[in-house]
Design a binder for this molecule. Sequence first.
Ligand SMILES: [Zn+2]
Ligand SMILES: [Zn+2]
Length: 776
Amino acid sequence: MKPARIKNVYELAGVVQGVGFRPSIYRLAHESGLSGWVRNRSGTVRLALEGVPDAVESFMESLPDSLPPNCRIDSIHALSSKSVAADEALHEFRILDSRDDANVEVVIPADLAICPDCRREIAEPGGRRYGYAFTTCTNCGPRYTVVTAMPYDRERTTLSRFPLCEECRREYEDPGDRRFHAESTACPACGPSLTLESISGDRVAGDPLREARRALSEGRIVGVRGIGGFLLAADAFNREALHELRERKRRPHKPFAVMAGNMDILRSICDVPDAAEQVLLSPESPILILDVKLEACGDERLPLDLVTPDSDTLGAMLPTSPLHELLFRPTADDPIPPIELLIMTSGNRRGEPICRTNDEARERIGGVADLLLCHNREINLRNDDSLCVIRRGGPQLWRRARGYAPHPVRLVQRLSRCVLAMGAELKNTVAVGYDDRVVLSPHVGDLDTPEAVQGLAQVAADLPRFLDRRPEAIAVDLHPDMQCTRLGAEMADRDGIPLIGVQHHHAHGVACLAENGRDCGLALTLDGTGLGTDGTIWGAELLDIDVSGFKRLATFAGVPLPGGDAAVVHPVRQVVGRWTSAGVDVPPAWLSKLGVTEEEVSVWSQQCRKGVNAPVTHAAGRLFDSFSALFGFAAATATYDGQSAIRLESAARRANGNQTPDLPFATRETENMFCVDWSDAFRMLAEAGPVEKDRNDWALAVHRAVANACLAMIEYAVSLSPARSVALSGGVLMNGILNDLLVPELEHRGLEVLLHRQVPPNDGGIALGQSVIAGI
Ligand SMILES: [Zn+2]
Ligand SMILES: [Zn+2]
């Protein structure tokens, strides 16, 4: 016989804090007539339910489907169950204060895009938040960016200087309200406000939003302070504005992201498959890479040559904050009509992180923007927009920041110590790994400038502090000259803790395995650079990985890189390097085609032959550079990382596909290592003379040949290793064609393919692998 009344206690883990979880539970419990309590506890939520057994059971059954959109329950553990005598019964359901406990599992909440309820409110004439740019609730708004210390509550955010007005306080304290304990809540009476400044620092008269909208509609460039930093906004349909923006940012080719006023507008210029729509409408709301509808673009419409000159894809997002939303839509009697599409590009100077404070923006992007739309809700920690792509049916992050970081990546294994991982030089991200998780910081960026290195130092100091963890080891890349390696070494020295050097591609492979819940397997890592354990540059590595380390089973043959980094920027040097190492003299017909002189060729060949300033590279990224230059796609001077390969992929997409030529490669096995040699292809093309026709088909041929070479490497590895899972990692594997060629072939061979989803395939995911390797 069932007892009349029971009390069950559960522990719920997942995304359950800072997302309106407890108020929802409260409402649901009331509706079901249950008593008990709910309390935040060490990053999990503890829930006690008391009532008749059937009611308690059906409550727990329907719970996962009854929660607000941002909550996610990963696990429910029943801790206890007992029958309750009538005189012990609780009479109400209560939300209890968070209890401090010694083993606090701190979860720093991520910033979330504006929710549908808040979007409705700011558009509701007469409502008290009508047109208010800082409207938030427990389901949306800034968190990570405004936190100054943990645990997360208003007193420890940059909003502490805005005491709540009476009405906001009432909402904040009412468990039935959407703003119950919404730590960043505010209203026009008590919260932050906007100002519009000219570049000379003068306040622009009139309503800041309205004047900013007017400026945008007139083709001017406005620096907009968003959730995690400044963005530069301009009307995407205005050629002159875009031209001006490219000039002022000194950014000739790198694609600009766009923000569309709504989904219909986005659909009119891009293909938006269902999987993409889900991601765009999610609380994380990243920039998503979409295919452009070419017929919708052109001189009259979107000037693609200025928005995304190198490819037919577009990075697009929807408004992520009330401020963005209000830039598009007029409120009250604003005469400026709705704006459809804005360029939203990082508000930074080249190589620097995006501007965070109003002062930084005045100093650094004052010359780029005509006006600055500032506000006084301070951003404590910078956070870029995340960047995502749909890969093989699911989202894959390319830049992990707003919305995703610093949510932890869960591991199947437990780390034996707390590790601070310093990441790599490009697309830097740091991480703190401990217990069964790794918490990655948002994207820090390339460490090219003192400002960027300073940004890294702040995050490396703050992240462990926020998590209340003291690192017991610091993991760094093997490359001694990386800024992050140097900083890590200094910190390890200062704190007297071990410094662990981790090989770059090992870290890539382990990152991909770990986020897929594995601790061993094969990993194919294709990227542009990374110091190998033999002193050469690796980057086309087939590694067999287990918890004790890795074996390098296959790679591409090493070739000289005349001038080192200069050959990456001027990829035609690499072609000369390839020919020199293949024993071919540069045929005269090629000289003018490649735009090089005999003297240059002679210098570069000498460098290669003598091994002077010509480091040996195995990297797949460099192979793509070489072919891109050879077929005339690469810019003479690359203006951003990965440009040559992006142009080659873009050309391959335009290939006709049924008459692809064959590019030969040779394979050999030496000392238990399988090696792919590309000399034959370069020799063949040297002799055939410059390619004039069907260049797009040749671009596709490169992709097919590389995919085939990778298959050969993997087949070799499978013949030696019992592993039947292959992780695909590295920046070159962001290439969509390569994925589409490789993945089905691998699956066809009975192998399980593991792709990056939660962390980027590029160096933005390195810190995850470093944490795991140094923490095991
Ligand atoms: Zn909201
Ligand atoms: Zn208020």
